[in-house]
Structures are given as C-alpha cells and as structure tokens.
Design a protein around this ligand. Structure first.
Ligand SMILES: Nc1ncnc2c1ncn2[C@@H]1O[C@H](COP(=O)(O)OP(=O)(O)OP(=O)(O)O)[C@@H](O)[C@H]1O
Length: 302
C-alpha cells in the first residue's frame, strides 16, 4: 500500500504555474530522487508536501492519516538552506527540536543522544554549531528532521553545497536511513541520484516527464551501442552484421566497429553466435550503457 499519494498537484505563484498536475505515489522503504534543471519545481513540490505551501490544486494523502491530523507528524523535512543558531551546541539544538516536537525534556535528551550517534556527530555534541563543517551541519539537519520518527524523510538538495568528503558522509547516512524510512530527495547531481535512489522522478517546467526505476528509464532511452574489435580488415564484416535483424546500423572506425541496435540482449546473442559459427577473430566486445546524464538530456530536451 502506498505511503503517500499525490494526485494532480499544481502550484501557482501569483498566477504563474510552477508545478502542473503532478501525480505520483510511493511506498515505505523506498528512496526516490526528484531531479530536474533549475526552476523545474523540485523545491515547490517538497515544500508543498511538507505542508509549508498550500497546493493551488490537487490532493496529497498519507496512508493511515486521520482527518484533521497534521501531515507534518509523518514527514521530516530538511530545506535546501537550513538555518541553525550557531551559538547552540548540536545537542542543545536537537533537544530544542525535540521539545518543539512535543517530547518531554527527558525524552528529547535521550532522542538527541541517540540521533547524534546515528548521524555520526556524537563527539561534537557539545561544540557550538558555528564550528561544524558543512557535512556535520547537514547531518545535524537530518537528525533534526527525523526527531519525531517520521515515516517519510524529505531532503532538498542535501549534498549540492558540500565538498566531496561531506557529500560522501551524507550519502552514506542516507543509505543507512533508507532502511528505516522512505526518503524523497531533490538533486541536480545525477550521479548522486543514481547512487542512492531506487526510483527517479524527472521534472521539467513543473511537469513530471518521467517516473521509473533506473532500469526502466535505461530501457526507454537506451541507445544500445555495441563496440566490437576484430583482427584484420573489419570492413568485411559489416555486411554480415547488417544481416542480423536487430542491427540498425553499423560502421567501422579506426580500430573498432560501432553497432547501433534495437534489442541489445538479442542483438548481442545473435552477433556472438554468428561470430562463433563463422570463427571471426574477435578481440573485443562491449556494450555501452546509456548514462543517466544522456537520459536526462534526452528527457528534458524533448
Ligand atoms: N516564492 C516564489 N514566488 C514566485 N515564484 C517562485 C517562488 N518560488 C519559486 N518560484 C518559481 O517557481 C518555479 C519553480 O521553482 P523551484 O524553486 O520550485 O524550482 P527548483 O526545481 O527547486 O529549482 P532549483 O534547482 O533552482 O532550486 C521557478 O520558475 C521559480 O522562479
């Protein structure tokens, strides 16, 4: 059963559409990346789901939520530019957040200690936040966002402003947290989306243009290029390759043949079968996976 269902969500700012009729749902235990170019509407969707903006149209429903219950009880949200009181210590900040989430003082202190361990900054708990690195601040922000044990954690560009070390720390933490709660995060860094998410939602001008797993999107945008190296004059093999039904085009370059095909799995089988039957002196064979970057460019340009 879906944890959260978004139906025909639209959001206008003073009449200008920022998000248009977006629908999706997601299940517990999944990590979803919301990707899209600047201004695509990622922050607007997250802020609307977090209850910070009112939708212009559409509905958001959370499974198990009772009438009049505040959606924020189920959702933890870390904005793109979180603000901290630099003079507070990490622990003071989390206890304060726990009290705002209606925990008793004792519960808030216990939860703060547990979370400081979980996000890996327990040793710095009594340091003032102004002395924290970017990665530590982001981990503290995540701890604050999950202080009330939400079922869904939403992170707006959680790693874009971090250096490689901070980025790695936060991605590793997200990998761990996704075992315990659903995560929805926005990013324009495609390799981060590829690394931690099971599913991608691709936005363009406020419209959801793709929704699928990496494998599904790869299949859809697959350009299926095979590179093959054969000893001797390779041009003699082109005609043979063209006789394979799945091969749409092939040409010989300096030291390899590039084969464009439709159904890469069948094409591979048939090419290798022919090569074996006719005893071609093959020295190399590789399939080039379409990169997320290529898929992204294709999807947002159409
Ligand atoms: N408070 C606002 N008032 C008016 N227009 C806004 C407001 N916030 C966002 N917009 C507009 O809505 C559109 C979507 O913006 P949004 O910030 O949601 O996109 P985004 O995908 O998060 O972009 P980025 O990657 O740059 O953060 C943009 O055209 C933006 O200019």
């Amino acid at each position: 059963m879906a944890l959260l269902t978004v139906s025909n969500l639209s959001k206008n700012y003073e009449g200008n559409p920022a998000v248009r009729q977006v629908s999706f749902s997601f299940h517990p235990g999944t990590c979803t990346a919301l990707i899209g170019p600047n201004g695509a509407g990622k922050t607007t969707i997250l802020r609307t789901l977090a209850g910070l903006l009112k939708p212009s149209k559409g509905e958001i429903s959370f499974s198990g939520m009772e009438k009049n219950q505040d959606i924020r009880e189920h959702i933890g949200y870390l904005p793109q530019y979180p603000s901290f009181h630099g003079w507070m210590t990490g622990k003071e900040f989390l206890v304060h957040a726990g009290r705002l989430a209606r925990l008793t003082k004792k519960e808030a202190e216990q939860r703060a200690d547990d979370l400081l361990h979980k996000v890996g900054i327990a040793e710095a708990k009594d340091k003032s936040i102004s002395k924290y690195s970017g990665g530590m601040k982001q981990r503290l922000g995540i701890a604050q966002a999950i202080i009330h044990k939400p079922k869904l954690l939403m992170l707006d560009e959680p790693v874009s402003s971090l250096d490689p070390l901070g980025r790695r720390e936060v991605l590793t933490l997200m990998e761990e947290l996704k075992q315990e709660m659903a995560i929805l995060f926005s990013t324009h860094i495609l390799s981060d989306a590829e690394e931690v998410s099971d599913r991608l939602l691709l936005l363009k001008d406020g419209v959801l243009v793709e929704d699928g797993t990496m494998t599904e999107l790869r299949q859809k945008y697959q350009t299926s290029r095979i590179s093959m190296q054969i000893e001797g004059d390779m041009t003699g093999y082109l005609h043979e390759l063209e006789s394979i039904p799945e091969v749409k085009d092939c040409h010989a370059e300096k030291d390899s043949i590039t084969i464009i095909c439709e159904d890469v799995e069948t094409a591979r089988r048939n090419i290798l079968l022919k090569a074996a039957q006719e005893d071609w002196p093959v020295t190399g064979f590789s399939i080039n996976q379409v990169s997320l970057e290529e898929m992204f460019m294709k999807a947002v340009k159409t």
